[in-house]
Design a protein around this ligand. Structure first.
Ligand SMILES: Nc1ncnc2c1ncn2[C@@H]1O[C@H](COP(=O)(O)OP(=O)(O)OP(=O)(O)O)[C@@H](O)[C@H]1O
Ligand SMILES: [Mg+2]
Length: 327
């Protein structure tokens, strides 16, 4: 028995001339949340659909709990649940009707389906909306009923494709709580997301994919460390001094400096290349250099790089090709 929920070797999917998934190797430990992070068109949905047996690979191989997704597709299907990026419940039915119908389809008796539906609606905070048509649900309620539908039978492996895209912060938090609860019951979750904070919140390991390839993989800590040992955030008194501050920081830290949307703020990574100074020491020297250059700094912080910074550093300068790969 393998303790890997998912194992892929050189997985490939080709659409015409577009290698949407271009040789992906993944190892997903059972019992964890694994994050697949990437921008629009990176190949996330395509990869997940192959693992969920909804799409046939064109190359390489994939096993789910040791079973091949092509040769043993039925065995795989018995153990996985898939919640797509685009919802699957029927708009015209109520919450209860949807769950009862889907429960009947997977073999529940009518009373058992009704009982399970009521349980799930209560657990997902939808009891009050149970008898309303799903088309009148908010986006967050809609996402919750989707997830509830996939948990009629609790699967051993649940694929969540961008579960919180378009939700407000409160609804996102509710979905995150649901994911945590599902994992606490022993289900492995593979989650795709474009949101770095979502992967940060939920996943124990993360694969970053871009143009159909894994460009980085590891724990959150490993990914952050691969980019730099620290991240310096500076707030200036005057926006006019920002170009000078950018130059000083770039020289002192020998790093890429990012200009924040806020016109007085900048962020730089401390990468430790070419120096044996610690991150805090390097940051302190950079701060002293800013003062020497007559730049007034109102606020200064040194922290771990965010996953956003990790992603920018990993994909830096590679955005050109993406336009041509969008369908
Ligand atoms: N059925 C299809 N036919 C042709 N091309 C497709 C098909 N599905 C996906 N593609 C292409 O494959 C590439 C990967 O798409 P995919 O949907 O897997 O990306 P994604 O990472 O899920 O993006 P998003 O974050 O926008 O959902 C894109 O270039 C897309 O246009
Ligand atoms: Mg997608």
């Amino acid at each position: 028995m393998s303790d890997l929920a998912i194992e892929t070797d050189g997985l490939v999917k080709v659409f015409g001339a577009n290698r949407a998934v271009d040789g992906v190797d993944l190892r997903v430990p059972a019992g964890t949340v694994y994050g697949v992070l990437g921008p629009n068109g990176a190949g996330k949905t395509t990869a997940v659909k192959m693992l969920a047996t909804l799409l046939r690979p064109d190359g390489g191989s994939a096993r789910v709990f040791g079973r091949d997704v092509v040769r043993d597709a039925d065995a795989v299907r018995d153990r996985v649940g898939f919640i797509g990026q685009y919802a699957s419940v029927d708009e015209d039915l109520t919450g209860t009707e949807n769950l009862v119908l889907l429960g009947r389809l997977i073999g529940f008796t009518r009373p058992a389906a009704k009982e399970r539906a009521a349980q799930l609606l209560a657990a997902f905070g939808l009891a009050g909306a149970a008898d309303r048509q799903v088309k009148n649900y908010s986006g967050g309620m809609r996402r919750r009923i989707d997830i509830a539908a996939s948990l009629l039978n609790v699967p051993d492996l649940l694929f969540l494709d961008e579960p919180t895209t378009g939700l407000d912060p409160r609804s996102r938090n509710q979905v995150w709580d649901i994911v945590r609860a599902v994992v606490a019951q022993g289900t492995t979750v593979l989650l795709t997301t474009q949101y770095l904070d979502e992967a940060d919140q939920l996943a124990s390991r993360i694969a970053v994919i871009d143009h159909g390839r894994v460009i980085a993989e590891g724990t959150k800590g490993e990914l952050k460390a691969s980019v730099g040992s620290g991240s310096v955030h500076v707030r200036l008194r005057e926006a006019a001094q920002r170009p000078d501050a950018e130059r000083v920081l770039a020289t002192e830290l020998r790093a890429l400096v990012q200009l924040d949307p806020d016109p007085v703020a900048l962020t730089a990574t401390v990468n430790g290349h070419g120096t044996d100074l610690g991150a805090a020491e390097q940051a302190a020297r950079a701060l002293a250099e800013l003062a020497r250059a007559g730049i007034t700094v109102d606020n200064f912080a040194l922290g771990q790089p965010s996953l956003d910074e990790v992603f920018l550093a990993l994909t830096d300068g590679r955005d050109e090709g993406r336009k041509g790969t969008e369908a």
